[in-house]
Ligand binder design. Structure first.
Ligand code: 2P0
Length: 328
């Protein structure tokens, strides 16, 4: 089978030069949950996200005498899980060549926001590798390769709305993301912190367990594929009520597949449900905002600018992001 890295990279990489890249984090409005191939990290369904503007990761690669990885200014133990993942990902590009580098990763996502940073992390790392080894790969190919680091990284190469197509090629060469050219300047996201502790189970293990044991999982891939198409149509039509209702239903359906897993898996906590109940009460009284939750307890709201003051009143501690307000 085609090896994705052999297929798009030159046989020999040049000596590394210094390169820096930024990638925003993203939140899926139509979720990725479940793999059809764990080795190639291929998803069972397409997904669609909104990027988080200046909340993301900046990564710098420099020539070095031996591999060294730092995170937020601190040099990491090479045996740490973060350093191990970064070096394993670099090795996919180096393919046995001796090209040591120093990798400096800085997350601009406040830790307190409780957002995962693997999406922006692997996207920024891929872009920095592309620069350091003078690859000049098209973004679609970078997105495809980043999938081997983390599936959600495929969607972090662009600002705005982005769709990751599941693809059909068994080798995964067509499973990458593309930007959805549909700027929506009034679109807003609120992050509502419920819990910022480490998660009980990684998304990778959580989705594997759900696929393997949940009796509610079998209908998910087709439903998620249909949701993804309908959500993209609502984004393009700027039909916020349809988009919000679909995104919230899609997220809850994903969590339902987990709760039905045996044994049950839930990332949501009592505080998540309190946020949802407050939101649903406010929505019954006219607030147009909808919720989405990922592999963690925190709740993200989507709404339009005009609802901002009401969202702020309801959730005073919320971080509000303007996804199209990014200026480098
Ligand atoms: C998403 N999540 O679409 C979904 C919704 C979490 C819930 O993508 O195994 O860290 O590295 O491909 O990308 C988180 O999963 O998983 C994720 P891997 P990843 O945003």
């Amino acid at each position: 089978m085609t090896d994705a890295f052999d297929a798009v990279l030159p046989a020999q990489l040049p000596a590394p030069q210094e390169a820096t890249a930024y990638a925003p984090s993203n939140i899926a409005l139509s979720k990725y949950w479940g793999k059809r191939d764990a080795g190639l990290n291929l998803p069972l369904n397409s997904s669609l996200s909104i990027s988080l503007a200046e909340w993301g990761t900046t990564t710098t690669i420099l020539p070095a005498d031996r591999d060294e990885v730092s995170l937020n200014g601190e040099v990491l133990d090479p045996a740490s899980s973060f350093a191990t993942k970064v070096v394993a990902y670099l090795d996919r590009f180096r393919r046995g060549q001796t090209l040591p580098v120093r990798v400096e990763t800085v997350n601009t996502i406040p830790t307190a926001a409780g957002l995962a940073s693997s999406a922006s992390g692997f996207a920024a790392l891929t872009k920095a590798i592309d620069g350091a080894f003078a690859l000049s790969l098209p973004e679609a190919q970078q997105s495809m390769l980043s999938r081997y680091g983390s599936g959600s990284a495929t969607r972090s190469f662009w600002h705005g709305f982005v769709r990751w197509d599941r693809g059909a090629d068994p080798a995964g060469m067509d499973s990458f993301a593309v930007p959805v050219e549909a700027p929506w300047l009034d679109f807003r996201i609120a992050l509502i912190k419920v819990d910022t502790g480490p998660k009980a189970q990684s998304s990778r293990d959580g989705m594997g367990h759900t696929v393997a044991t949940s009796p509610l999982f079998p209908p998910w891939p087709d439903r998620a594929e249909a949701d993804c198409a309908a959500i993209e149509a609502a984004v393009r039509a700027q039909d916020f009520a349809t988009l919000g209702a679909l995104a919230e239903a899609n997220a809850l359906a994903m969590h339902a597949t987990m709760m039905a897993a045996r044994p049950a898996l839930t990332y949501l906590k009592a505080g998540s449900w309190q946020v949802l109940e407050a939101l649903w009460q406010a929505r019954a009284e006219g607030l147009e905002a909808y919720a989405t939750m990922d592999a963690g307890a925190n709740v993200k709201l989507i709404f339009l600018k005009e609802a901002g003051a009401d969202v702020r009143r309801l959730f005073p501690a919320a971080e509000i992001i303007d996804p199209f307000g990014y200026s480098p």
